[in-house]
Write a protein that binds this ligand. Structure first.
Ligand SMILES: [Zn+2]
Length: 410
């Protein structure tokens, strides 16, 4: 049942009622020494001595704990004299767990917080975390990035307003490639280095989808000068959504009749009409849209969103006429009420090529957006995570498609 082969054999098996634990004692057989070779020079090795008893937590038996034990031998090379501990075949990456137990715990960790896994398996969460780190570290080092050509980058704020992580994703294979602290230009050379460590190359990256932050833009220009820059659709629409909200606040401050018209409408403007509830739609229908600048800004945002459904050959002309429309309307509007929308138009004109590049591959950072929701799930799973190290490990575990042991198909 332990699949020990002929080099190891069970010596005894006893149950300790007080500890509610099965202890299975294992010893090496002479066959081990016939096949053992020095890792340095391939010479035969002989038994040098035995270290003290070591224990490995295994899968439960009859819902009772089970521990494998062995006085592990140390081997010495006949040629170079090197002495080394023999690694038994059941040992996992964490040294005190079996491979079967680790696969079980990793499978649980996909479904529940580490704290829960710790309770279920009766292993401290610190040890569960260390096991996860060991697996993620190893599997991540094997991650193949040789075919990465479409990259999306975005920031993830770890705790609101405080620490930032920049995430780099493979938009083609929908996986997280690299997470690193910071959100300035220095994250890009770090990513370039990681790519090369994993068989990829900055020159192979053909498209990069980012938001319009100048720091990101600089990073891309410096380290990925061959890539086409794509300004992400979601960010642009989010900018327009923010602008609608700002227009609403400016307009509400204009006079009391507008203020009463706009009362409690904040959420109406943030959603698309198709996502509004029936009462919200009724509320929207009661508003005299012609009378409000906010409604005008809202129409502008919807029109911008609609632009993204157009075919490529119409996109440029329509985008420019959208900007013209916004600029003319904001000239007519009193007291700069449409200024936030005007800023979006100027942003688009300044980044026109990057925005139009979207139409070449229809790339978006939707995967990164989805990752942020994984991230909030991660925050729950990693409740009590102590460091950025744990958090990145959990992100790689959840989203990098690592080759990790598991008991059920993913
Ligand atoms: Zn040797």
């Amino acid at each position: 049942m332990l699949a020990l082969g002929d080099q190891w054999a069970v010596v005894s098996c006893r149950y300790e009622p007080q500890q509610q634990t099965f202890f299975i004692l294992i010893k090496e057989t002479p066959a081990l020494w016939q096949n053992l070779r020095c890792p340095g020079d391939e010479s035969p090795m002989f038994c040098y001595d035995h270290v003290g008893r070591t224990s490995w937590k295994h899968l439960n038996i009859f819902n009772q704990s089970c521990v494998l034990q062995c006085d592990l031998p140390r081997a010495k090379c006949r040629l170079c004299g090197r002495v080394s501990r023999v690694k038994p075949p059941w040992e996992g990456r964490a040294k005190h767990f079996t491979t079967a137990f680790e696969a079980f715990a990793l499978t649980l960790m996909r479904e529940m917080p580490v704290r829960k896994v710790s309770q279920l398996t009766q292993v401290s969460d610190g040890r569960i975390w260390r096991m996860l780190l060991a697996h993620v570290e190893h599997a991540y080092s094997q991650l193949d990035m040789s075919n990465v050509s479409l990259v999306g980058a975005d920031e993830l704020n770890r705790r609101k307003g405080h620490h930032y992580l920049t995430l780099f994703c493979d938009l083609d294979q929908k996986r997280l490639l690299f997470a690193t602290p910071g959100k300035d230009a220095t994250v890009w050379p770090r990513f370039a280095q990681v790519l090369q460590q994993h068989g990829g190359h900055p020159r192979k990256v053909s498209h990069i989808s980012i938001d319009m932050s100048p720091a990101y833009k600089k990073g891309v220009l410096d380290d990925f000068s061959h890539a086409t820059l794509i300004f992400d659709k979601f960010h642009l629409i989010a900018h327009a959504g923010d602008a609608v909200d700002r227009v609403r606040r400016i307009e509400a401050a204009l006079d009391s009749s507008r203020r009463s018209l706009l009362k409690d409408t904040r959420w109406l403007w943030l959603k698309n009409p198709s996502n509004l509830s029936d009462p919200q739609l009724q509320r929207l229908n009661r508003i005299d849209l012609q009378a409000l600048w906010t409604a005008k800004a809202y129409q502008m945002k919807l029109a911008l969103q609609h632009l993204y459904t157009l075919p490529a050959h119409r996109a440029k002309r329509r985008l420019l006429s959208w900007c013209k429309w916004v600029k003319q309307a904001s000239l007519k509007a009193p007291r700069n009420v449409l200024k936030p929308m005007l800023r979006v138009a100027l942003l688009i004109e300044a980044h026109l090529n990057g925005i139009l590049a979207h139409w070449q591959h229809r790339l978006t950072n939707a995967f990164l957006e989805a990752l942020s929701s994984i991230f909030s799930a991660t925050k729950r799973k990693a409740r009590g995570y102590r460091s950025i190290k744990y958090l990145t490990a959990m992100l790689y575990f959840s989203a990098s498609k690592l080759n990790l042991p598991h008991l059920v198909p993913l």
